[in-house]
Design a protein around this ligand. Structure first.
Ligand code: HEM
Length: 198
């Protein structure tokens, strides 16, 4: 027969694992850096400084793709802790779809960026920082590359809109704490918040 978990077990259930928390904040730092780098290089005049910044953009973008794929695989193998029962249904729905959209966007952004740089390219690779090279996708014409660049920009603004929702929800859970608070902030004991409301 199933037993009702103790309060401490509930608290432990509520917190994401330390691996998930680390991957979350690593992704957050990389995405913030990437958005700043993206808008910066986009505003720069053509020249060596822009090329250097664009190489950082491609390098950080490729890193995000790798981290997000690792994160997705980890998540599929380690399901996240269940939402507390008292969390309203609409908030769970919004959170689940926001998270799914982030996985989609953080995979689609690097891929559309890569298609954009592959368009009309006669090289099989594109240079990254640290002497690394990223393979380009063969067979993409200039038009296809330009279209992908436009899709890339639309995805950037979609991501920024979802980030506003995501951060807004996080701030709400800090200002009005409930058992969904404290699941993801860094540097907390794995047992989660002590101020559990039950
Ligand atoms: C999560 C990963 C990425 C994010 C968040 C991101 C973000 C951005 C941002 C903010 C811009 C400027 C958009 C604007 O000024 O309207 C941009 C432009 C661009 N990015 Fe990315 N990027 C990512 C990955 C990549 C990758 C991996 C590549 C290439 C391999 C790439 C190639 C480009 C190109 C070519 C542009 C210029 C697009 C155009 O003007 O048509 N991006 N990106």
């Amino acid at each position: 027969m199933a037993t009702v978990p103790e309060a401490t077990d509930q608290a432990r259930l509520i917190r994401y694992s330390n691996v998930a928390v680390t991957l979350h904040w690593l992704t957050a730092a990389l995405v913030v850096a990437q958005v700043v780098i993206g808008f910066t290089f986009h505003e720069m005049d053509r020249g060596p400084a822009r090329t250097d910044m664009f190489m950082w953009h491609k390098t950080v973008g490729a890193t995000i793709l790798v981290v997000v794929l690792i994160r997705l695989a980890y998540r599929l193998m380690n399901p996240p802790p269940p939402y507390p029962e008292e969390l309203p249904r609409w908030e769970r729905f919004a959170a689940v779809w926001n998270h799914r959209a982030f996985y989609f966007l953080l995979i689609a952004l690097p891929l559309t960026g890569l298609i954009a740089v592959s368009g009309g390219s006669d090289s099989s690779t594109t240079p990254l920082q640290l002497g690394l090279e990223l393979p380009t996708i063969p067979g993409i014409g200039e038009d296809g590359g330009e279209l992908s660049g436009e899709v890339h920009e639309i995805l950037v603004f979609t991501t920024l809109a979802l980030l506003v929702l995501h951060i807004g929800a996080a701030i709400k859970h800090v200002l009005i704490p409930n058992r969904a608070s404290g699941r993801m902030p860094p540097f907390k004991a794995p047992t989660g918040k002590k101020s559990i409301e039950d």
